[in-house]
Design a protein around this ligand. Structure first.
Ligand code: NAD
Length: 484
């Protein structure tokens, strides 16, 4: 089965911050892949806009170099690259002054989809929105794409929402959480709502608990100043892990439509209980063979920012009463691995006597690496010698299951940018969702500050602080392994 490419209509896409890390590593390579896939008509325009004083050819050279480094091998074709670069232009521009905006206006086509991607630091999100409006660049077919972080807390998120709302309707604002663009995340919805098998069991009667792990092996990587102000709670938990929790816990939407899905996600966030202090563990990595410790990395010897957080959350509604959600995320852990494990309850009665080798079912939804879904089931160990039981995975690895042509699923940014052009907001966060997520996160952070909480140290390359294991052990449970 080879994936279908649904063509999009002509568009202009302005990437503010086009010379920056995210644009060069993710956004432009994603656009190039969609171009290689033949998804665009001929007259598409990609305009980089940033402070650097390039001309068009200088910017094309930068983009070409990025494509060589970051685009997949099957796209490394000189002809395709040249054709793609023909569609790339550049305007030197300052987001906070009037410089460059008239030149940008001259380049934009009339009467077609116009997308502005805000790939600049968050302090420039508001000024960019103001400038777009002041220079009359917003049409009815204009969309803006706003990167994370969307605010630093509830108050700043509200203020940013209010600024954007002065100039754009909610239907024009695409708040990116790239986790939502991952193939597996959408497959989670397909598996839940496209089959009869899982949904009847998807509640506290059959699910013992749920684990969501987003583990990174890397450290802070050049984002020291931002990260030391944010920490794992703001950088990962408030957005990526919360979004995954919502998709696991939400009620079936009436249809797969942006507001129906986002209404259900919002209800989950609003049903979350406040987290008790003894249900949270914060950690900070220590130095090791793979680099200095957290405090040395950020150059702040007294930093109390967490590079790891694990917590136990409760969704207070009929479906989930009594089923805890354990969430953890951290840097410099043993492996890079994002996985959701739905841990089912044990069978109510054993007919086999002593059941060596049998465990309760686990549905594992792997986001990275090796995207796929696995269901652990018990079967009889083959061969004579009595009824010996063994757990085997029913593996739904997408690359294998879907065959040639799907070995290399689209990157999250490919899907998301094309969704912006198509005008589909299902995989983007609505303003009220973001605010609700901050409303849940803020008291946790305020509690740490009020108590003068200091994160527990953990070894680089480990699974995190020992207290995170205790968090589970106290409940008679344990984390599934981080190694993919
Ligand atoms: P960066 O520092 O590498 O690039 C910033 C870009 O903004 C550059 O092109 C720079 O020229 C431009 N810029 C700075 N000031 C400007 C001004 N006054 N007017 C016009 N352009 C200006 O940053 P980045 O890592 O690419 O991050 C961009 C955004 O994406 C940030 O909001 C960041 O939080 C978010 N983000 C980045 C990553 C990542 O992996 N880099 C991941 C998730 C989210």
């Amino acid at each position: 089965m080879v994936s279908r490419v649904i063509p999009v209509e002509p568009f202009d896409l302005v990437v503010f911050g086009g010379t920056g890390d995210l644009a060069q590593r993710k956004i432009l390579p994603a656009l190039f892949r969609r171009f290689c896939a033949g998804q665009w008509p001929d007259d598409v325009q990609i305009i980089g806009a940033a402070r650097a004083g390039f001309d068009r050819d200088g910017f094309r050279d930068v983009v070409a170099e990025s494509m060589r480094r970051h685009a997949p091998k099957h796209c490394q074709d000189a002809g395709k690259m040249a054709a793609f670069l023909q569609r790339v232009d550049y305007v030197p521009l300052d987001a906070s002054t009037g410089e460059g905006w008239d030149q940008l206006a001259e380049k934009l086509s009339v009467d077609r989809v116009r997308a502005f991607y805000f790939s600049v630091g968050p302090r420039l999100f508001g000024p960019l929105a103001d400038r777009i409006k002041a220079h009359a660049l917003a049409t009815a077919r204009t969309r803006i794409v706003v990167e994370k972080p969307f605010g630093h807390d509830l108050e700043s998120a509200r203020a940013l929402n209010a600024t954007l709302a002065e100039h754009f309707t909610e239907g024009q604002i695409y708040r990116i959480d790239h986790y939502l663009g991952k193939e597996t995340v959408q497959n989670l919805m397909a598996v839940r709502f496209g089959n009869m098998l899982f949904e009847p069991l998807w509640n506290s009667q059959y699910v013992d608990h749920i684990q969501i792990t987003v583990a990174e092996s890397v450290g802070i990587d050049g984002r020291e100043e931002y990260y030391d102000r944010a920490g794992a709670m703001r950088d990962m938990m408030q957005n990526h892990l919360m979004q995954l929790l919502c998709l696991i816990a939400m009620e079936p939407p009436a249809k797969f439509d942006p507001d129906a899905v986002r209404d259900e996600k919002l209800k989950v966030i609003r049903a979350l209980d406040p987290v008790k202090p003894h249900h949270i563990v914060r950690g900070q990595f220590e130095g090791g063979t793979n680099g200095p410790g957290y405090r040395a990395t950020v150059g702040n010897p007294r930093s109390t920012t967490e590079s790891y957080v694990a917590l136990r959350a409760h969704v207070s509604n009929w479906r989930w009463a009594g089923t805890p959600f354990y969430l953890r995320t951290g840097k410099r852990l043993v492996a890079r691995s994002s996985v959701i494990n739905v841990m089912f309850k044990d069978a109510p009665h054993s007919i086999f006597g002593e059941e060596v080798g049998r465990h309760a079912n686990v549905l594992s939804i792997r986001l990275q690496p090796n995207e796929g879904i696995t269901l652990k089931v018990t079967i009889k160990e083959p061969g004579p010698g009595g009824m010996r039981l063994v757990d085997v995975p029913l593996d739904m690895s997408f690359a294998e299951a879907l065959g040639p042509g799907n070995q290399d699923p689209p990157d999250a940014y490919e899907r998301l940018v094309m969704d912006v052009i198509r005008g589909n907001q299902t995989l983007f966060m609505r303003g009220d969702e973001v605010e609700a997520a901050w409303a849940w996160t803020d008291p946790i952070i305020a509690g740490w500050q009020a108590r003068g909480d200091v994160p527990k140290p953990y070894d680089s390359g480990s699974t995190g602080p020992g207290d995170a294991e205790l968090l589970m052990k106290r409940d008679g449970r344990h984390w599934q392994g981080i190694n993919p």
